[in-house]
Design a protein around this ligand. Sequence first.
Ligand code: FAD
Ligand code: 2HG
Ligand code: ZN
Length: 474
Amino acid sequence: LTSVRYPHVQRGKYATLTEKDVDFFQKLLPQRVLQDPSELDGYNIDWMRTVRGNSQMVLRPKTTSEVAEILKYCNERHLAVVPQGGNTGLVGGSVPVFDEIVISTQLMNQIISLDEVSGIVVCQSGCILETLDNYLAERELMMPLDLGAKGSCHIGGNVSTNAGGLRLLRYGSLHGSVLGVEAVLASGEIVDCLSSLRKDNTGYDLKQLFIGSEGTLGMVTSVSILCPRRPKAVNVAFLGVENFEAALQTFQLCKGMLAEILSACEFMDQESMQCIQENLKLTNPIKSYPLYILIETSGSHGSHDEEKLNAFLEAAMGKGIVQDGTIAMDVTQRQNIWGLRERIAEGLLHDGYNYKYDISLPLPKLYEIVEDMRQRLGSKVTRVVSYGHLGDGNLHFNVTTPEYNKEVLGLIEPYIYEWTSQVRGSVSAEHGLGFKKRDCIRYSKEPNAVKMMVKMKKLFDPNGILNPYKTIPL
Ligand code: FAD
Ligand code: 2HG
Ligand code: ZN
């Protein structure tokens, strides 16, 4: 069977669902098996609406042992599955390609424990990021990650993609803040590495393998996460600069002058601003500039932080690095400024078709590629938009056209990947490879590294039932 939608992908030799299978799942999960076609669409189509699977069944377990029963059965029957959290992934990893069974974590949403002294929270993988953060806020703690999809994404999805987000600069990656993972392997075996210890050097750190492996090595059922104290004082500034060199100087200056209170340094260009103005009717709080920088400080002493931020702004403007800027005066203004940055992804969808790239580059090269691509694409596209996590060297490069255009795609790829590879960048900084980018892995990983990944996949999932067609290249 070759998919009509994906002519280059062959369906693996998996079984297809029988009445007997349906009976088994209905007995295991009464009222928690979805089969009605009208209910399945949301699980078959991704957030960007660019990939669509054809799953006939969604399973909604509540417990680890139910996940174990499901996987054991599917493994014995050779039924392929796709783990799904909030379905906000941007690389087509969270939806089936053919008829894989969707295992959703929607009902695995229990907080198991919180140690308020250490700040370690243990919870099931289907907890929504924002719900967790609100729960922690009441206890003066916070989640160590934040992203525009916080209202929908699940912590299990965040861990499985190793999501970076808006404050990685301050709180580091999930490889550091996730202290434990419980996962179920394809065989149904439960791997309980759900420790809540800051230090544990007993043998290989197996939990790391589940962080960022996009559901290809196991299904994450619970996680244990180290949460920082919620800062008492938060300030947000939105600045306009003339060029990328000035953006880099701003970053360098704020790292020095804001030091330990710097909690985010994001950038977006004028084309991003135009996109959210036109498509989402958002307002630019300052005059138009080629580039904008969002700086956030988080600390424990309001007036001390403000003093530092003001001194930084004075220096940046005095030196002529920053041209204009505004500081949010209250929570609403802060949210509005963050909205400008967080909602670009949503704004882009209104243009029609969105070619999305998420790359890490050495900082001096970060904007060169944007200028190069703008020239290359000229007037063939609606817009070329760039923004991202400046502090992490992570560029989000997006192009839009009214509808899918093969010529445009041919102008972008493989050019952008070759460009990235030549400067030893990464072709997937934080979104993962999923279905869309899996064959690009070689631009950023040596053949021996890829070989080792293939071997690991075989070891964890010998029948290849876990999220097939994703991450590992053809
Ligand atoms: P899904 O989309 O459901 O799944 C993502 C992948 O993880 C799939 O391969 C899926 O099979 C697998 N998976 C999900 N749950 C499990 C599980 N329990 N066990 C094993 N595998 C599982 N990403 C960033 O890194 N930084 C950002 O700033 C950021 N911002 C975003 C903003 C918006 C508006 C959107 C739409 C997305 C953004 N993303 C960002 C993409 C990001 O990957 C996801 O938002 C998030 O981490 C995915 O969580 P999810 O629960 O939606 O996972
Ligand atoms: C962000 O940082 C997300 O806003 C989405 O990672 C990036 O849409 C994108 O390209
Ligand atoms: Zn991002």
